[in-house]
Design a protein around this ligand. Sequence first.
Ligand code: SF4
Length: 690
Amino acid sequence: MSSTISISADSPETDAVAVRGACPHDCPDTCALVTTVVNGIATEVRGNPQHVHTQGVLCTKVSRYTERTYHPERLLYPLRRCGPKGSGQFERVSWDEALADIAQRLQAIARREPQAIVPYSYAGTMGLVQGESMASRFFHKLGASQLDRTICSSAGGEALTCTLGGKVGMKVEFFAQSRLILIWGSNSITSNLHFWRLAQQAKRAGARLVCIDPRRSETAEKCHEHVQLLPGTDAALALAIMHELIVNDWLDHDYLADYTLGWEALRERALRWSAERASAICGVPAAQIRSLARDWGTTRPAAIRLNYGMQRVRGGGNAVRAIACLPALTGAWREPAGGMLLSSSGMFPVDRAALQRPDLLAGRVPRTINMSTIGNDLLRSSSPQFGPKIEALVVYNSNPVAVAPESGKVVAGFDREDLFTVVLEHFQTDTADYADYVLPATTQLEHWDVHLSYGHTDVLLNRPAIAPLGQARPNTQIFRELARRLGYGEPCFAEDDESLCRQAYGSRVEFSELLERGYATLEVPDAPFAAGGFPTPSGKCEFFSERLARQGLDGLPDHVPNYEVPIPSGCYPLAMISPPARNFLNSSFVNVRSLQQTEGEPLLELNPGDAAARGIASGMVVRVFNDRGEYRCKAHVSERARPGVVNGLGVWWRKLGLDGTNVNQLTSQRLTDLGRGPVFYDCLVEVEAA
Ligand code: SF4
């Protein structure tokens, strides 16, 4: 099969072709797509029924991909600012005009100080080519600042690396055969739909499902049990489970002896964590902790599906480390349906050096800006510690004005008249409003890309299904043309997108198979750590991490309390978490009308007790505030929020909110214990009727 799949003979659309692709969004499922194209127009995007992880099913959001692609507000031409920063006033310009001016202005800064230029990007597309390939080459050659891409998963990623050796875990398909599944910090129905299907299969076959989450999510409602702990207390819970495993001898002593490092030290640490001690911290009954530990210690095969929400607190890295130790204590890794999965992305043999070409730095070592502190960093002056003041920002695949923490400061930074900002985008987002130039980028239906997944182990290829809309161009083409205008003559700047797709995996994945089927399955053993073999320095599951100890950090996992722990008599007695609204994916899809209508408006979920104490009823406009700012939205009084915790569902575009702000007006720029990540769910607030 070549570029297209034939449409069945009974299709009424005789000119229809079907094109294979991949979902580009920040979701572990990385679905295989099939786009129906009639006379050059994409009429439908479906899941590929032949792809075992997709099984022909997409989530509601991406089922609407044609609505998003042909959205009447899609950016189709380059725009140049013609009003004050942030006013959203732009005029249409030609690509030549835009690229010539951008190249000239970046060049002028780079001649003085290339590190004053900062790229800002994340997972607006997860594609390896439209993400960090030609863009990285360009910024490496320029000598621009490097970006520490921490905003989502770096605490958990660092924790996995220090414990298991990388972003590795069990194969997702085997969850269907587990007898016990702990769904920890994940609303799978919303953000890991295809895993949820496997969990349902397991449930039908008699498995027990336990959800561990501060929010009574859609997933928690459908599990046998919900452990509704306080935000930021997951490590305490994991350590108390270990305590119970030890005192009841629900341990696999052989696995511990042969395939783990630091057991004696961890044992000593865990014995300090009685169920009663953890209960006082987690806000969960001691009896429930004991019963959870009994389930984990006595059920085989048993598995944990962890997601990234719970690591967005000060101690998020330690929490993931503590949880990642649990399968080794009971030898759960011995079976294919046992172990844990947070991310499988470390199993993909991506040749990032070929794509990104760090050799173009030619020995220079630019400073690194943490994307999670962009609010502070845009407001900093030049100094020996910080380096040069940021003079130019090139944003692609990200919407930092909406998604970065403490957005009051982020907005103040983007509002600087002396900051030159270029934004590559599909829509006029909150961030695009602050641009000097907005460049129209192609969507997944209009360009080549190749993908890994962080929820399964298949590589996917995305072929363009339709021609770019208007004058939209792929990110790669935009950076290629900027490189040409800056006189970069290296052959790597002339490579086309299909070549970049081929380079991503080199000979490690058969490109012909990707062309033929749209996907290729990595060869991964069914029980990858049944006999150790972890990609750590010791080859064992490292309860004690020498790497952390060398940095002066605790070598063992521990409970690290939140920065902001509520006290009932304090000014801000409520802990706020900001999980994704069901119909949005970070800030993508917020402007898709049908999804926005389903979602309604920005909501804050409050427990009935907390609402009554403040005279708040569902539907009232509330003011949510702390020292960092305030945010107005509608109250939804519901048991989805546990007492003392409010759920500010995100991430709405600021300009679509009630007063031009969103929940990140309240979040802080402090960082996690490991991985330098943001602490979105470590945030105290007070709420009152507005
Ligand atoms: S967002 Fe996730 S579930 Fe939805 S289509 Fe993409 S990969 Fe599949």
